[in-house]
Design a protein around this ligand. Structure first.
Ligand code: SF4
Ligand code: SF4
Length: 101
């Protein structure tokens, strides 16, 4: 039988709640560079749908990328069909610090 406490624990297991525990030490230099000229030729723009942090958005019909909330999952690097994403980890331990609770 499920106790009330167990139900409460399950309710906070949404991805947003888990990410709220994490902190970012954002580098002033972006660790990901996107070649927007290639994005214009990209038909499906999978980064918009597949980036879990929603770092890729459409603004005025153009792709806009912001690196600050990146989770360093590497998805955009792998799925970009145009090889438009130059990807590195942030320098010197910067970037996201996961805190598992
Ligand atoms: S998948 Fe690559 S080329 Fe396509 S919009 Fe995203 S970053 Fe640009
Ligand atoms: S590495 Fe992951 S979280 Fe970061 S921008 Fe790419 S898809 Fe988004």
């Amino acid at each position: 039988m499920t106790t009330e406490t167990e139900v409460k624990k399950r309710k906070i297991s949404r991805i947003e709640d888990i990410l709220n525990n994490d902190v970012w030490d954002v580098d002033y230099e972006p660790h990901i560079i996107v070649d927007y000229s290639k994005c214009r030729e990209c038909e499906w723009k999978p980064c918009i749908r597949l980036c879990p942090a929603e770092c890729y958005t459409m603004v005025g019909g153009e792709v806009l990328f912001s690196y600050e909330g990146c989770l360093e999952c590497g998805t955009c690097r792998v799925i970009c069909p145009e090889k438009a994403v130059k990807w590195e980890y942030p320098k010197s331990g910067r970037g996201i610090h996961f805190r598992f609770s």
